[in-house]
Design a protein around this ligand. Sequence first.
Ligand SMILES: [Zn+2]
Ligand SMILES: [Zn+2]
Ligand SMILES: [Zn+2]
Length: 339
Amino acid sequence: MPDLRKDPIVGRWVIIAHERAKRPHDFKGEAQAQRSGDGCPFCEGHEAETPGEVAAYREDDSAPNGPGWSVRVIPNRFPALKMEGSLEKRGDGIYDTMAGVGAHEVIVESPRHHISMTELDIDTIREVLWIYRDRLVDLKQDPRFLHGILFKNVGSAAGASLEHTHSQLIVTPIVPVSVWEEMTGALEFYNYRGRCIYCDMIRQETETKSRIVCRTDLFTAFCPYASRFPYEMWILPNAHSSHYENIAKASVEDLGTVLSQALRRLENVLDRPAYNYIVHTAPFDHQEQPHYHWHIEIIPRLTKIAGFEWGSGFYINPVPPEDAARQLREALESPGSNP
Ligand SMILES: [Zn+2]
Ligand SMILES: [Zn+2]
Ligand SMILES: [Zn+2]
């Protein structure tokens, strides 16, 4: 059973996950990606090699845990947190600890051995985004759980251990510190100005244009003004909304378009870099929040976080976001490209 342990000085919770060290690695080195899918547990026909599915979009006559699916959600075989158990907090001398209760699921984005989300057709990307919503709606019913973080690791430099395109959901009994910091900062701005800082950001970025990567009626992708990392990108819904799981079907169509474009631009400019994306959304127990605005952060893993960053919390970004955005904007403008 994993433990949650709290740092008594800064209040940060750490997951001590005893079993994670046993995870498999199928990376043969970034240069020779294994496109065959031999022995890949996420490929169609290998359903028996994974834990039983918790959700899937399937052909009507297909049975669970067999072929016939387009998107499939399974528990992580090596979970950072486990579903069983209660939440009692215990003291351990001067420290606080609690059982590592939570959910850790894998969203397998295609029955075929694609290694990038950009190889999927747009309808499949939309299905992935819709099943994210389904899983949050389902897991927030459990009163032990407070927050869900959806994320994607692509490439071993970004922490992926299997290359078959997939994303993950970790639902936690506490609000992660990065979401808490964003909510606290956004609330301060709201209390002072009476507006959502993220809505203001979209307004200013749309006027300034220099950091915009792409946009639709419903979503905007841009390089944030204080980007921590080269080619960092955020995607925000243009209309205010604090909870990802409240997304409408029509919005998912647009989000699929913007996300797929943003990732294709990134792959084009940086030659398929390792990257993470993270969906930041408000905690489950809150109603619609006027100050918090859900978003996706895309972080290419080009630079290693070094001593100064670890030690100080400062980031040194060698690529101005205005230059990054210009390159990303121009990336798909060649003749024959298909935006
Ligand atoms: Zn596969
Ligand atoms: Zn907003
Ligand atoms: Zn965020």
